[in-house]
Design a protein around this ligand. Structure first.
Ligand code: XLS
Ligand code: CA
Ligand code: CA
Length: 437
């Protein structure tokens, strides 16, 4: 059955087009720095925001009316599978991502829930075979159900921990069956509200134990997806353990997990952590842990996770610059972990929103490619650090300097002279590049 009859396949029509249901910048086969845009960007649709969410917020019910809105939960789940493949096809997007609980409803017992999953996974498998679409990543939702009130891998209740383990096991099996390229861990309830009732060290040890079990089980069943941890500083809990890229990397290193994981970085989570997205990407990249991206944007005036479609060209440009400099995303991609606003409740908005996100990223990619080709930032940086290329600077880098040799140099040195960082000038040129695309 078709759900989006009023929309046909979205085509690239170029900048001069005034058709809202067309791409102006995203031209999948256009070559940018030796690769097609499609290869660079690896877009994915987030099942939860696009097919499961109805626009409800803490103050009101959902506003969206969808064609797959059947009374029976399994009928609804089956219809969403059809809607997913129709949407991917019409958008020209190759990948999608889901949580286990997005695709199938929970039953009375874990066994029943798993049966529901099996029915839907079978349909997804068929759909993927016939359409050639792929799973960028799947994950387990271990945060929505009340059983996870105190956490999953960090819960104080061993029975809940065991439940989470069983759920994770099934989720890894689903990833294997559907050939997921990556598997994501976002610790929705892995954090705490107050230290007054929390054994932080114990909770973190337990979380690491669960990750080790996941690695072992994936190995056992031959599931070779890249494991990714997604940092987020707060919401739902006040203190989330995987606060940001740097904190998560320290955790992985402490528990000997660093070789089995990379990071899935989300733009809005960076904002909540008080970082730019490009900061998070750089931290991951310089530690060899850049995995995949959840591309949305937050609202600078709001302190919560608004998951808006990305339209800020400054961020998409600097994001793509970091990605290109890091050599690409490997098995990762750009997942639109973004939802249409509550007021954008028509089906057509789902298309318009993804077009906005894809065009903004394509624009950012083109601008970033210009920045790479004209070497502007490389030249600035090379020039800025040039004092480390000779004399005492070269000794420092070569590890030949000691505090004694530094002192000897400093004592005889002429008055120190610093140079301007020229930040305002650089930002103006950056604007010119973005708007010249
Ligand atoms: C929530 C997270 C979540 C993860 C996957 O804020 O973004 O959706 O991406 O569990
Ligand atoms: Ca996310
Ligand atoms: Ca988010």
């Amino acid at each position: 059955m078709a759900y989006f009859n009023s929309v046909s396949k979205i085509q690239y029509e170029g900048k001069s087009s005034d058709n809202p249901l067309a791409f102006k910048h995203y031209n999948p086969q256009e070559i940018v720095l030796g690769k097609t845009m499609e290869e660079h960007l690896h877009f994915a649709v987030a099942y939860w925001h696009t097919f499961t969410n109805y626009g409800n917020d803490p103050f009101g019910a959902g506003t969206a009316v969808r064609g797959w809105d059947y009374a029976d939960a399994m009928d609804q789940a089956k219809a969403r599978v059809e809607a997913n493949f129709e949407f991917l096809d019409k958008m020209g997007i190759s990948y999608y991502c889901f949580h286990d609980r997005d695709i199938a409803p929970e039953g009375e017992t874990i066994q029943e829930t798993n049966k529901n999953l099996d029915v839907i996974v079978e349909l997804l498998e068929q759909g993927m075979k016939s359409s050639g679409r792929k799973l960028l990543w799947n994950t387990a939702n271990m945060f929505t159900h009340p059983r996870f009130v105190h956490g999953a891998g960090t819960t104080c209740n061993a029975d809940v921990y065991a439940y989470a383990g069983a759920q994770l096991k099934k989720s890894l099996e689903i990833g294997k069956r559907l050939g997921a390229d990556n598997y994501v861990f976002w610790g929705g309830r892995e954090g705490y509200e107050t230290l007054l009732n929390t054994d932080m060290a114990f909770e973190l040890d337990n979380l690491a134990r669960m990750f080790h079990m996941a690695i072992d089980y994936a190995q056992e069943i031959g599931f070779h997806a890249q494991f990714l941890i997604e940092p987020k500083p707060k919401e739902p809990s006040k203190h989330q353990y995987d606060f940001d890229a740097a904190t998560t990397i320290a955790f992985l290193q402490k528990y000997g997990l660093q070789n089995a994981f990379k990071l899935n970085l989300e733009a809005n989570h960076a904002t909540l952590a008080g970082h730019t997205f490009e900061h998070e990407i750089r931290v991951a990249a310089i530690n060899g842990m850049l995995g995949s991206l959840d591309a949305n944007q937050g609202d600078m005036l709001l302190g919560w996770d608004t998951d808006e479609f990305p339209t800020d060209l400054y961020t998409t440009t600097l994001t793509m610059y970091e990605v290109l400099k890091a050599g690409g995303l490997g098995t990762g991609g750009i997942n639109f972990d973004a939802k249409v606003r509550r007021g954008s409740f028509e089906d057509e908005d789902l298309f318009l929103a993804h077009i906005a996100g894809m065009d903004s990223y394509a624009w950012g990619l083109k601008a970033a490619a210009k920045l790479i080709e004209n070497h502007m930032l490389d030249d600035i940086i090379e020039h800025r650090y040039r004092s480390f290329g000779e004399g005492i600077g070269a000794d420092i880098v070569a590890g030949k300097a000691t505090l004694r040799s530094l002192e000897e140099y400093a004592f005889q040195n002429k008055p120190l002279r610093n140079e301007s960082g020229r930040m305002e000038r650089i930002k103006l040129v950056l604007n010119e590049i973005i708007y010249s695309v």
